[in-house]
Design a protein around this ligand. Structure first.
Ligand SMILES: NC(=O)c1ccc[n+]([C@@H]2O[C@H](COP(=O)([O-])OP(=O)(O)OC[C@H]3O[C@@H](n4cnc5c(N)ncnc54)[C@H](OP(=O)(O)O)[C@@H]3O)[C@@H](O)[C@H]2O)c1
Length: 434
């Protein structure tokens, strides 16, 4: 069996491709079920975030397993192979394990070390457990990747001062405002009339960062009033005016800076909508994936629109100092990846150990029967028991050292060699894979 991950991320695909692959929590069960039903796939879990869609699997044969996942992605996205495949990456075995550890630690994130990815990996684990699409191997791998993500953040400075997509979005607004004033630097957002559309986790972070960057008043627009009001109640020093989505047009006219971060499947702002409004100067920053703002707003008079891929501009300004910390984190990730592989390798010895035990047990029972029948009826029940216990004791003693050695952590090739020797010398007949 082989671990494989197939997917795409902000490193390999633009947002217009990523949004076609995104899988909402509501659709996750169906997606997992359909993948799990494939005869090549034993275990499967899906990581779907604004920046990546990755399918982790335990497959029978790596190439056939990879092909099965690619077929699924093609069907799910509706993209033709030539459009989709150039954006996909595949990692197998150690590389797949190492990739997940890096993702979980935030080292593969657009914003290095950001914390949201760890919650998203936890969610992938929970969904895999709830929908019973993962078994012992992926369960162990995902659990270990979550603890590794925590370990890296507590034992290195990676989590310290780590930013998020939301803080990068606020910085992008500051940078763009600065650039519009002829300065290549972040400026205060104090004079801006700001609105945030959506009242979920990302909007909460947006509000926190807006507050820390000098905003004193924000309009918070949401589909349902209750969630907006409950979020607003958590901010005592930021004045938050809650409005419903029906008031969006009004806000687009009165505000100069609008952030969108809803989980809507389709854009909620497009060129047709904006053209009907008398807009002065408007900057739109969309961190939703799928996008909340349609691509056709680009180029509209008076409107500047940015999506999640445009955050790269601010992110690259902050990354250099964090690269050193990332290198420290890589050392821990290597250790954790090795620990998982050692555990997994030790499982590889189980069929050989079981077969070896069964073979020796067969010999023991056969030889015991022969000996007992030679002893005849004079041999008492008690004496029979003693002889039987003696035969079992000898087998267990003989097996103890080789079994302990086969199970002990060791380099994969060494264990493989030892298993091969035992299988050959004892002429063991192991069931073959797939
Ligand atoms: N979580 C992350 O780490 C992360 C990072 C970067 C970007 N993003 C993107 O940011 C967006 C929001 O993520 P989140 O984690 O903040 O989500 P969330 O906590 O689940 O909140 C979802 C928000 O979207 C609103 N919403 C859902 N469907 C809608 C629809 N059809 N029309 C209008 N509003 C709708 C909800 O309104 P109600 O309150 O009325 O339900 C709620 O305010 C997503 O597109 C996500 O991909 C997330």
């Amino acid at each position: 069996m082989h671990i494989a991950v197939v997917g795409l991320s902000h490193r390999t695909a633009p947002v217009e491709v990523r949004e076609k692959l995104s899988i909402s929590e509501d659709s996750m069960q169906v997606a997992l079920k359909s993948l799990r039903a494939h005869e090549q796939i034993f275990e499967v879990s899906i990581l779907s975030t604004c920046n990546r869609l990755e399918i982790y699997t335990l497959v029978r044969q790596p190439d056939l397993g990879e092909a099965a996942i690619k077929d699924f992605l093609k069907e799910h996205s509706g993209l033709e192979e030539q459009k989709l495949n150039p954006h996909l990456f595949t990692y197998k075995q150690e590389d797949a394990v190492a990739h997940l550890m890096r993702v979980s630690a935030g080292l593969d994130s657009l914003v290095l070390g950001e914390g949201q990815i760890l919650s998203q990996v936890k969610k992938m684990l929970r969904l895999g457990q709830d929908h019973q699409s993962i078994g012992p191997i992926l369960n162990r791998l995902l659990t270990q990747s979550v603890s590794t993500g925590k370990r890296v953040r507590s034992e290195t400075n990676l989590g310290t001062g780590a930013v998020s997509i939301s803080s990068a979005a606020v910085e992008l607004a500051q940078l763009k405002l600065g650039q519009s004033q002829g300065k290549d630097q972040l400026v205060t957002l104090e004079p801006e009339k700001v609105a945030v559309v959506g009242a979920g986790r990302m909007s909460r972070l947006l509000l926190q960062h807006l507050q820390s960057k000098g905003c004193t008043e924000v309009t918070l627009i949401n589909r349902t009033r209750k969630r907006a009001e409950s979020l607003a109640a958590d901010f005592s020093t930021l004045k938050i005016n809650c409005r419903l989505l029906e008031d969006l047009d009004d806000c687009l006219v009165t505000c100069s800076l609008v952030f969108t971060s809803t989980a809507a499947d389709n854009p909620i702002i497009d060129a047709t909508r904006l053209k009907t409004l008398s807009i002065g100067k408007l900057r739109l920053i969309d961190i939703g994936v799928p996008r909340n703002i349609a691509a056709d707003v680009a180029g509209l008079q008076g409107v500047d629109s940015h999506d999640v891929d445009d955050l790269q501009e601010v992110v690259s300004r902050n990354q250099e100092a964090r690269q050193q910390v990332a290198r420290e984190a890589e050392v821990l990730l290597k250790q954790e990846g090795r620990l998982f592989l050692e555990w997994w390798d030790s499982l590889e010895a189980v069929p050989t150990i079981n077969q070896l035990r069964a073979t020796l047990e067969g010999i023991r029972v056969e030889e015991l029967q022969k000996a007992l029948s030679r002893m005849g009826p004079d041999f008492s029940a008690r004496e029979r028991k003693v002889v039987e216990a003696l035969s079992k004791g000898i087998i267990n003693k003989i097996l103890h050292t080789p079994v302990t050695k086969l199970r002990a952590p060791q380099p994969r090739p060494e264990r493989k060699d030892a298993l091969n020797v035992i299988e050959k010398l004892f002429d063991l007949n192991l069931p073959t894979e797939g």
